[in-house]
Design a protein around this ligand. Structure first.
Ligand code: HEC
Length: 160
């Protein structure tokens, strides 16, 4: 009786051990598989991330002019140096960023020094009315005197 019991116990524990072993093996194997399928962060570029998290549908506003009108409306009231910066970027930088046609370059103190000597009012007037190859209002007639002056102010602030 005793030997029968203990041999049953022996066989039983081996079976339990085998089952446990198999279960652990399956768990480990599935963990490895998960690791294989997962996309590791290093392999994702910023574009991938943006692509993944971007909204499924995007609203098509369809009327860009409406947005522009809003921007102009907020920018118009104050002739601030911020407005000047915008004008410089949108109009004046075309020539002055690269020094095209030997225009004084943005931020080039040496290029601007002889201009500044003429006095701010002359610079305003020449920017508004034109001066040699410098077109009146930078070639953009829709700019007001104030816009042009603000742009000149911004240009000068870059070489101060
Ligand atoms: C088409 C090219 C062009 C654009 C656009 C342009 N400029 Fe000029 N600008 C010039 C050139 C060229 C000169 C040099 C003229 C000279 O000294 O003969 C110049 C000179 C100047 C001067 C110095 C004038 C002086 O008396 O020495 C000022 C100030 C100036 N530009 C302001 C502006 C402003 C402000 C804008 C934008 C609203 C602008 N420019 C857009 C070409 C341009």
């Amino acid at each position: 009786m005793d030997t029968q019991k203990s041999s049953k116990f022996f066989v039983g524990s081996i079976v339990i051990f085998l089952i446990l072993f198999l279960v652990i093996k399956i768990i480990l194997a599935s963990m490895l598989d998960v690791g294989k399928n997962a996309v590791t962060p290093e392999s994702m570029t910023d574009e991938d991330v943006v692509e993944r998290i971007k909204p499924i549908a995007q609203v098509n506003v369809g009327a860009p002019p409406v947005v522009e009108v809003a921007v102009v409306a907020t920018a118009a009231p104050a002739i601030s140096s911020a407005g000047g910066e915008k004008t410089v970027k949108q109009v004046c930088a075309l020539c002055h960023r690269t020094g095209m046609m030997s225009s004084p370059k943005l931020g080039d103190a040496d290029g601007w020094a002889p201009r500044i000597e003429k006095g701010i009012d002359t610079l305003y007037a020449n920017a508004i009315n034109g001066f040699n190859m410098m077109p009146a209002r930078g070639g953009n007639a829709s700019l007001s005197d104030g816009d042009v002056k603000a742009a000149v102010d911004h240009m000068l602030s870059l070489v101060k």
